[in-house]
Ligand binder design. Structure first.
Ligand SMILES: Nc1ncnc2c1ncn2[C@@H]1O[C@H](COP(=O)(O)OP(=O)(O)OP(=O)(O)O)[C@@H](O)[C@H]1O
Length: 244
């Protein structure tokens, strides 16, 4: 579904990502974890078509994101860590616009919008301009825009950043529903280890532009010996890489 092969990205002479390969299958949630500057956002941006790779290949539903970007993006939902929204549109107008771009029929669009505004308790704000929303409300709108068309592949960069505890739980439930009921392949980055533990089927630890460990939580525990939770695994495996 989402396949990344030997991905390399240079920013000038600096290596942002140094040869990453992984796959996310339908109905699977892969968590990307790593220290600041490890290359998580760079990888996600290349998968979304926002950045060009220096080398390597990304395919979304068998479409190459560089060679066939329009077909590839039809299958994609993307929520950036710093999303771009239109302040002069209301929340409802914006979501309706995004649904329209993805070709949702009016009845389907209205049903989806009602459902999403209800989940995130934004019904009362739906006709207010996005420019008047709080940071958390804007994050919710960005998340809703990423999932409004039930994408086959969903890329989420820090999806619960800035959300309160209840909204964060709702976001996690929504992501799980998409994966397990709609068969969406989900790749998400997070610094919240509890989130990775609670919703990811597999976890890839990334350090200095490379995947240093990948597997289920149980497999990572085994790999890092002694470690009993994700925080210990993270510290142990990324520390080993840093000391190389
Ligand atoms: N636009 C850019 N220009 C130059 N270097 C960049 C640019 N964006 C990222 N980098 C570099 O690429 C590397 C990977 O950055 P990236 O943003 O992908 O990391 P990250 O894992 O998402 O970090 P964080 O957890 O802090 O968000 C870092 O060394 C960073 O300085």
């Amino acid at each position: 579904m989402l396949k990344v092969e030997n991905l390399v990205k240079y920013y000038g002479n600096n290596e942002g990502v140094g040869g990453i390969s992984f796959e996310v299958k339908p109905g699977e949630i892969l968590g990307f974890l790593g220290p600041n500057g490890a290359g998580k956002t760079t990888t996600i941006k290349i998968c979304s078509g926002l950045l060009l790779p220096s080398s390597g290949k990304v395919t979304l539903c068998n479409y190459d994101i560089v060679k066939n970007p329009v077909e590839a993006k039809k299958n994609l939902g993307y929520v950036a860590d710093e999303p771009f929204l239109y302040d002069k549109l209301t929340g409802w107008q914006f979501l309706n616009f995004i649904g329209d771009i993805y070709g949702l029929k009016e009845s389907e669009r209205l049903e989806q919008l009602d459902y999403l505004f209800n989940i995130f308790e934004l019904e009362k704000k739906k006709d207010d301009l996005i420019g008047t929303y709080s940071k958390g409300m804007k994050r919710k709108i960005a998340l809703m825009a990423g999932v409004v068309h039930n994408p086959k592949i969903l890329l989420l960069d820090e999806p619960t950043l800035g959300l309160d505890a209840l909204s964060s739980k709702k976001a996690k439930d929504l992501i799980k529903d998409l994966a397990y009921k709609k068969n969406t392949a989900v790749l998400l980055t997070t610094h919240v280890l509890e989130m990775a533990e609670s919703i990811c089927d597999r976890i890839a630890l990334i350090s200095k532009g490379r995947i240093v460990a990948e597997g289920t939580l149980a497999e990572l525990k085994e790999k890092s010996k002694m470690a009993t939770n994700l925080e210990e695994i993270f510290v142990k495996l990324t520390k080993e890489e840093f000391s190389k």
